[in-house]
Design a protein around this ligand. Structure first.
Ligand code: RTP
Ligand code: MG
Length: 145
């Protein structure tokens, strides 16, 4: 029988400054690889304000926007592109809920994150939330891809 195979997708993942500071970049990358996704780009850098303004454009005007941009520029992040069938949904599932206190154990945020008195700001990772977001974010962080 002919079975239609699902297309490969790509997603942008960031290990946020809290994750890099705590030495958890390898743990996050390990979970992505252990799940069976393939790394297609990987970089450690401190993002500048212009990149973060574009990355978080959808949140401009929200009360958490300015502190979020300041936090995200406070140190190096690991940016990577992972590839696989349904990787956008799959990485969001690995990451867990936005609020690390509420995120389920077994997820990156649920196992490794908590509320440090900053609500949900420092939640270790970012993952693109749709194919449109993934294409936009990969273009911002890895224009050569
Ligand atoms: P992300 O974009 O980082 O993968 O996380 P997400 O989709 O689960 O969350 P989103 O709603 O896109 O929010 C982006 C990031 O902003 C910070 N945030 N702080 N109320 C708050 O203080 C608040 N809400 C969101 C978090 O760092 C969140 O991941
Ligand atoms: Mg988001």
């Amino acid at each position: 029988q002919a079975v239609v195979s699902e297309p490969l997708e790509r997603t942008l993942v960031l290990v946020k400054p809290d994750g890099v500071r705590r030495g958890l970049a390898g743990e996050v990358i390990g979970r992505i690889e252990a799940k069976g996704y393939r790394l297609v780009a990987l970089d450690l850098r401190t993002p500048d304000a212009a990149l973060l303004a574009e990355h978080y454009a959808e949140h401009e005007g929200k009360p958490f926007y300015a502190p979020l941009v300041e936090f995200m520029g406070s140190g190096p992040v690991v940016a990577l592109v992972a590839e696989g069938q349904r990787v956008i949904e799959g990485f969001r599932s690995l990451a867990g809920a936005t609020d690390p206190t509420a995120a389920a154990p077994g997820t990156i945020r649920g196992d490794l994150g908590r509320d440090w008195g900053l609500a949900v700001q420092q939640n270790l990772v970012h993952g693109s939330d749709s194919p449109v977001s993934a294409a936009r974010e990969i273009g911002l962080w890895f224009p050569a891809l």
